[in-house]
Design a protein around this ligand. Structure first.
Ligand code: NDP
Ligand code: HSE
Length: 436
């Protein structure tokens, strides 16, 4: 059978990996897909670099629309990134009846609903395995492998840059800014790392997983997002002393009142596998009612790991291309007419445990005042660590771990504690998840 024809939009880090891996493993991939997968044309702004990469094995053009309008091309792979031109090109490709494969998590999380509707109306597939956790096949696991389950929660380390920074802060006792420069020097963090360190990249990925796990539309705007820029080395040390590690987790949970969707630094018990995922690696833990807990670990970024996921999508699209569109795997795992409008809960309604660090005056009655306020708001203490005041110092650190409570109770208690004359400076609050 004639190979399926692919148009590649963007041959940067991921695009070049797709080209290399497809060429290297062509025979194996063809045996799996049932026919060859051939890159027909590559579009990139830098045509000279693209020519050097493809070595005459594909046509090179500078205008991506040449690919979209070419009737010989069956699948368009979008590897440009961002929500600007990438969105226009994806929608135009769909309008031309092309199947689309993309690694663009920002595009899917923010404009996915519009894109899937257009694809459904046109009867084409949009595949996005590489958009979450790079090389880890987590979309396939959620959409197909776990389809017998009521998924209860997902918690993931889904941004390699921030996990690298947190690992280095813990290992070397360095502060955030020092490690960020190192991450940039090593090429993990972007030149403008805002999306990574402010948690936005992780929130894009958590939004996508939430939609697939619970059969709801993409709701990125409702996600609660906090990054790691305000974390200090001292909290990482205190957490360690109490048997926890701090990770930037993307969390989504189904509760009776709605769906939690949040990204924030989180204390995780040090004995959990997730707490031991170090450096730029990613891992996602999923809890399903039938299967229990499952864990997926691997490289969340990089040229060939991400290409691995893009090509898996190419194989899937090639296999399913001839299937009646109603009988393909639905984009969001659930049939489009079975999606639910379950609300995403505001952060005030989220239930979790907390780590608190208070700088307090070293005098009688301070602890009594704090425990009284917590009790009045129904917040129960799980553990407490009080440092002896250093010689000549009149203040000390008080670290408290709480049991689970609603965020609004904690916010009210924090407000009262913050007003105590004996509490010095801003109280640090970090959420804690036992993941059991
Ligand atoms: P790169 O910046 O390395 O590559 C993008 C390429 O697209 C560049 O070669 C760029 O050319 C080209 N380009 C930009 N605008 C156009 C255009 N209008 N027409 C044609 N080509 C264009 O990005 P990555 O490969 O790192 O990322 C691609 C996508 O994959 C993004 O959505 C990203 O979020 C996602 N992703 C990336 C991962 C990674 O590890 N890098 C991991 C998981 C997902 P030029 O350089 O000349 O501007
Ligand atoms: N910047 C992302 C990360 C790339 O650090 O994980 C992969 O999505």
């Amino acid at each position: 059978m004639k190979p399926i024809q692919v148009g590649l939009l963007g041959i940067g880090t991921v695009g070049s990996g797709v080209f290399t891996v497809l060429a290297r493993n062509q025979e194996e991939i063809q045996r799996r897909a049932g026919r060859g997968i051939r890159i027909h044309t590559v579009a990139d702004l830098n045509t000279q670099r693209a020519q050097e990469l493809v070595q005459g094995q594909a046509q090179v053009v500078s205008d991506a629309r040449t690919i979209i309008q070419n009737p010989e091309i069956d699948i368009v792979v979008e590897l440009i990134g961002g929500y600007g031109i990438a969105k226009d090109l994806v929608l135009e490709a769909i309008a031309h009846g092309k199947h689309v494969v993309t690694a663009n998590k920002a595009l899917i999380a923010v404009h996915g609903n519009e894109i899937f509707k257009a694809a459904h109306d046109k009867g084409v597939m949009v595949a996005f395995e590489a958009a979450v956790a790079g090389g880890i096949p987590i979309i396939k696991a959620l959409r197909e492998g776990l389809s017998a389950n009521r998924i209860e929660w997902i918690a993931g380390i889904i941004n390699g840059t921030t996990n690298f920074i947190l690992s280095e802060m813990r290992d070397k006792g360095l502060d955030f800014n020092a490690v960020l420069s190192e991450a940039q020097r090593l090429g993990y963090a972007e030149a403008d790392p805002t999306f990574d360190i402010e948690g936005i990249d992780a929130a894009h990925k958590a939004t996508i997983m939430s939609a697939i796990a619970f059969g709801v539309p993409m709701q990125f705007a409702q996600a609660h997002v906090e990054g790691i820029t305000k974390l200090s080395a001292i909290d990482i040390r205190y957490a360690e002393q109490l048997g926890y590690r701090i990770k930037l987790l993307g969390i989504t949970k189904k509760t009776l009142s709605g769906i939690e969707l949040r990204v924030h630094p989180t204390l995780v018990p040090a004995k959990r596998l997730l707490a031991n995922v170090e450096g730029a690696m990613n891992a996602v833990q999923v809890f399903g009612d039938a299967v229990g807990t499952t864990l997926y670990y691997g490289k969340g970024a990089g040229s060939e790991p991400t290409a691995s996921a893009v090509i898996a999508d190419l194989v899937d699209v090639t296999r399913l291309q001839t299937a009646d569109s109603e009988n393909r795997v639905p984009h969001l795992a659930f049939q489009p007419n079975a999606l639910q409008n379950t609300p995403i809960l505001p952060i005030s309604e989220v239930t979790t445990s907390y780590y608190l660090r208070l700088a307090v005056a070293d005098q009688a009655g301070v602890l009594a005042d704090i425990t009284r306020i917590l009790a009045a708001h129904g917040v129960s203490i799980d553990a407490l660590l009080q440092k002896e005041a250093a010689e000549g110092e009149s203040q000390t650190d008080l670290v408290i771990l709480t049991h689970e409570t609603k965020e609004k109770n904690m916010t009210a208690a924090l407000l009262e504690m913050q007003n105590l004359k004996t509490v010095i400076g801003e109280i640090v609050k970090i959420r804690l998840e036992n993941l059991s």
